[in-house]
Design a protein around this ligand. Structure first.
Ligand SMILES: [Zn+2]
Length: 190
């Protein structure tokens, strides 16, 4: 296999990260190469076994436990994958970094998509490390839901109110809603 390569697609929610990942994987398939698509078990927004963009495009995906990213190595091996695409990578345990670097060392092209920051504007999971180690990084912007300017932050609203900094990063079953917002419009309660 040719030399491996790491691409990271990042940015806020609604910035088109999954859409861009899907676009790149579609091109791999057109080139008759083998792609394996992975998503973490925590992301069940649209479908248990598909990566979907907000515009409704989808790709079949393997669901991998967030605490066991090393399972991706076996998936890539058994599929003899030229390309491994990992969506919502921020949710995986820190071991995802070694997994991604192993895939690259094996000569595979790895496409990672994920949020660079959480709702409190903190770097999210292993994304900062993956961005630093990548051959190529694309940081996408969304549109601010309040003012219409380019948006780089994730606004979390709980019952319509800005979330508090101390709230857990992942809430299960909460009445929460997210918007993309610019620096000026992003709000965080103390
Ligand atoms: Zn704004």
């Amino acid at each position: 296999m040719a030399g491996g390569y790491l691409e990271v697609i990042t940015g806020s929610m609604f910035s088109g990260k999954s859409e861009e990942l899907i676009r790149r994987v579609r091109r791999v398939v057109i080139a008759r190469k083998k792609a394996v698509v992975v998503k973490p078990s925590i992301d069940t927004r649209y479908s248990a076994s598909e990566v979907r963009s907000h515009d409704g495009n989808g790709l079949d995906a393997h669901v991998v436990d967030v605490a066991r990213p090393e399972e991706i190595l076996a998936l890539a091996k058994s599929a003899n994958a030229d390309v491994v695409a990992i969506d919502e990578a921020q949710f995986f345990s820190p071991a995802i970094v070694d997994v991604v670097m192993s895939l690259v060392d094996e000569g595979r092209r790895v496409i990672v998509a994920g949020l660079d920051m959480d709702f409190a504007r903190r770097p999210f999971g292993a994304m900062p490390v993956l961005m630093a180690m990548a051959d190529e990084v694309l940081k996408l912007k969304a549109i601010c839901a309040v003012c219409g300017e380019p948006a780089t932050f994730n606004q979390r609203l709980i019952n319509g109110q800005p979330a508090r900094r101390s709230d857990p990063v992942v809430m299960v079953g909460g009445q929460e809603k997210y918007e993309a917002r610019c620096r000026r419009c992003h709000q965080l309660a103390d």
